[in-house]
Design a protein around this ligand. Structure first.
Ligand code: GLN
Length: 479
């Protein structure tokens, strides 16, 4: 049996690398083989096999020479929204056909500087717009646990690849849940840090005041290890938080007696799958037994989080996606005969129906006659929600809620009702609207054996505390 079968988290692999029981080249060969064997999952849009084989032997030499950095031997996948210099980048869209990234995203640069290896770009919903990785130019991603079901979205390829042991961790993006929800659907840990904790330089923009890079991994420890490398101030992103970052790995050992709030409105929702409710309540009960204070509180603004989110992200998307015009990037319609047609035909042919719908909705809410009643109003509601959540977090360490309303759904479930798919984001958009750090952790399985996720929201830039609690939760729920 390949060694990697039992050592699929990087943390578990580290001692083997350190004691020279396995080389990075051997690990990479196993991962590439798995990718080949499981091509039907459609997790990758590009695998950089030749390059990673070459990179692996360089890292092996570094390890031998004792010159290796912290992530030496960690194999990472990037969502197809993250720049890797001189490699293709399409944001899951036809409109970026043949586009080659001219520079590294800050995230990529920091991973490489720490001796991590990039194995490929992973499939996703176009521009990160979706909750199932079905709105993907490269086709639907299948859930490795049940191939009739979605892997979640929009970072579905990233979740499927980690779960199927094709890489140790993946870097996704989370605008309204796209790291946490696929993590929940695939039984992984998915961390969305505070807005600004990780530089957005080199990430394809969807909604700039929400977009956050995030980490999908098997363990909280791997999340902490990667966050410590990619987070922190960056001269290329003014919205990146300027304070230095703490030692996240070291913080994992901290423990405490925590005050935890859970929101009545999240659990009394008729649309919530009963097993998810039961598992969330059991986890809260366990925390109480362990000596933590667990209180049920009301959060009447919950129902406004989703409309607020979709008004604001569409508005921001409509302006961000204006740059894809057939002149500067990627695809250009061959049927265009005038300049105006270059714009209109390129955009008509290059974007999917879902993306065009969002651009039009966004342009509508920003239009002179609608701006006040839609965009401005939603911005005000966003502030109200932020204040209300901050108020809760001034009294509690964490807010706990389900990650999703249901476990992984069957492919095509929402084909005729896209609005219903939007509602499935109900629980993840709250932390996004507020810009708070949130993590999805595995919390058992439903009767069909599909993973259930539980979400923990922490206070601004308190990722260290959030990760320490998450690691503790992992320990008390380990079977
Ligand atoms: N499903 C949400 C949306 O479509 C979230 C996407 C994301 O976080 N990128 O907007």
């Amino acid at each position: 049996m390949p060694i990697f079968d039992n050592h699929y988290s990087f943390g578990a692999l580290l001692p083997l690398l350190a004691s020279h029981k396995i080389t990075v080249s051997e690990v990479v060969a196993q991962l590439l083989q798995r990718i080949q064997e499981q091509e039907d999952l459609n997790a990758f849009v590009n695998v950089y096999d030749q390059q990673i084989v070459a990179d692996a032997s360089l890292i092996d030499q570094k390890i031998k020479a004792q010159k290796a950095q912290e992530l030496a031997g960690m194999v990472v996948g990037l969502k197809d929204l993250i720049c890797y210099k001189d490699h293709p980048l399409q944001a899951g869209s036809k409109i970026l056909t043949n586009y080659i990234a001219p520079f590294h995203a800050t995230v990529t640069e920091r991973l490489l500087a720490a001796d991590a290896l990039i194995i490929g770009h992973q499939n996703c919903d176009e521009f990160g717009m979706g909750s199932s990785s079905e709105n993907a130019h490269f086709g639907t991603v299948l859930n490795p646990l049940d191939k009739t079901r979605v892997a979640g979205g929009s970072s579905g390829g990233s979740a499927a690849a980690v779960k199927a042991k094709m890489c140790h961790v993946s870097i996704g993006t989370d605008t309204g849940g796209s790291v946490r929800q696929p993590a929940a659907f695939c039984g992984l840990v998915g961390l969305k840090p505070s807005y600004g904790r990780i530089s957005r330089n080199g990430l394809v923009a969807y909604a700039s005041s929400f977009d956050t890079a995030g980490i999908l991994a098997h363990t909280v420890e791997d999340c902490a290890r990667v966050l410590g490398i990619i987070a922190g101030p960056d001269a290329f992103d003014d919205t990146a938080y300027s304070k230095p970052i703490p030692d996240y790995l070291d913080a994992l050992n901290k423990s405490g007696r925590y005050k935890i709030a859970y929101l009545e409105e999240t659990l009394s929702n008729d649309g919530l799958q009963s097993e998810i409710k039961e598992h969330t309540l059991s986890a809260l009960e366990l925390l109480k037994k362990e000596g933590h204070q667990v209180d049920n509180i009301h959060f009447s603004l919950l129902k406004y989080a989703l409309p607020t989110y979709y008004i604001l992200v569409n508005a921001e998307a409509s302006t961000n996606l204006a740059r894809f015009d057939g002149i500067r990037y990627g695809y250009r319609s061959s049927r265009a005969t005038t300049l105006e047609e270059v714009y209109t035909k390129t955009r008509t042919e290059g974007f999917s129906k879902e993306v065009k719908k969002r651009i039009m909705l966004g342009a509508f809410v920003l239009s002179a006659s609608q701006c006040e009643t839609h965009y401005t109003k939603a911005s005000k509601v966003r502030n109200l929600i932020k204040k209300a959540v901050q108020e809760i977090l001034s009294n509690y360490d964490f807010i706990i809620l389900p990650t999703t309303t249901a476990t992984a759904f069957r492919i095509n479930s929402f084909a005729n009702n896209p609005l219903a798919m939007y509602w499935s984001d109900l629980y993840t958009v709250l932390a996004s609207v507020a810009g708070l750090p949130a993590i999805s952790l595995p919390n058992g399985v439903d009767q069909k054996n599909l993973p259930i996720g539980i979400q923990v929201i922490g206070n601004y830039f308190e990722e260290a505390k959030l990760l320490a609690f998450s690691r503790y939760f992992e320990t008390i729920t380990a079977s």
